[in-house]
Design a protein around this ligand. Structure first.
Ligand code: FPP
Length: 233
């Protein structure tokens, strides 16, 4: 099962307690670790986390800096654990505007974890669904111009292979926390048939039990993929 999560509500969680937003992001990073740990037990093989969107650069400079510091620290602290736990990490998004040292850490982690197959973790950083589709389209156009690809070969299957999630199955379930009911440019192509689940909990308070509740709710859904009859989950 593949689950995608829009981790929302770090800022509100902290502000409600009179704490700086950056504190909420730090607590959010703890939740990230707890949720990754909980996944295998719950039958989840792939987890995609929306960590930073292409729109998040518009936030106050100090908040963007604190998020970058958090990513840097998280990657350093968890690097070995990720490799040792047989987790394969893939970063989704346009990584080019990220600070050079973080970019190097990300590349290194992708390379070192590339042959792991126990659990698949996608982290979306500087990710936007529209941006991903445009980047894929540009690669396709270039291949057509260079005569490496024939127009007739372009279909939804081959198109998927130009996305950052190339070769992966689409998410079965998308979870968004903090009461918002929007998709905010997350995996626009891949979620065509995903089930959606919205939780009122803020991301720092989201727990293994919250994830179990989301999965229980998912099990009650009838997935038809455009057919008349239900297709087994
Ligand atoms: C949304 O909450 C959250 C983010 C923009 C950042 C998500 C980042 C983390 C959970 C930190 C660590 C992540 C990794 C992968 C190590 P918000 O700030 O929009 O909250 P608000 O809507 O209450 O303001």
């Amino acid at each position: 099962m593949h689950i995608g999560i829009i981790m929302d509500g770090n800022g509100r969680w902290a502000s409600e307690k009179g704490l700086p937003r950056s504190f909420g992001h730090r607590r959010g990073a703890k939740t990230v670790s707890e949720i990754i740990k909980a996944c295998p037990d719950l039958g989840i093989s792939t987890l995609t986390l929306y960590a930073f969107s292409t729109e998040n650069w518009k936030r106050a400079a100090h908040e963007v800096e604190s998020l970058m510091r958090l990513f840097r620290g998280y990657l350093q602290a968890k690097f070995l654990q990720i490799i040792e736990n047989n987790i394969k990490v893939t970063f989704l998004g346009d990584t080019s505007p990220l600070p050079r040292d973080i970019l190097n850490q990300m590349k290194n982690l992708e390379i070192k974890s590339r042959s792991n197959d126990g659990f698949f973790l996608n982290i979306a950083i500087n990710y936007g669904g529209r941006d991903e589709i445009i980047r894929a389209t540009k690669k396709i156009v270039k291949n057509v111009i260079d005569k490496k690809l024939n127009m007739r070969e372009i279909d939804s299957h081959s198109f998927s292979n130009y996305l950052d999630t190339a070769g992966q199955k689409d998410p079965d379930l998308i979870i968004r926390t903090a009461g918002e009911r929007r998709l905010s440019n997350f995996l626009l192509w891949q979620i065509s048939y995903s089930e959606l689940y919205f939780s009122d909990e803020m991301w720092p308070e989201f727990s293994k039990q919250s994830l179990k509740n989301a999965i229980e709710c998912y099990k009650t859904r009838e997935r038809k993929f455009g057919n008349l009859k239900k297709i087994a989950n």
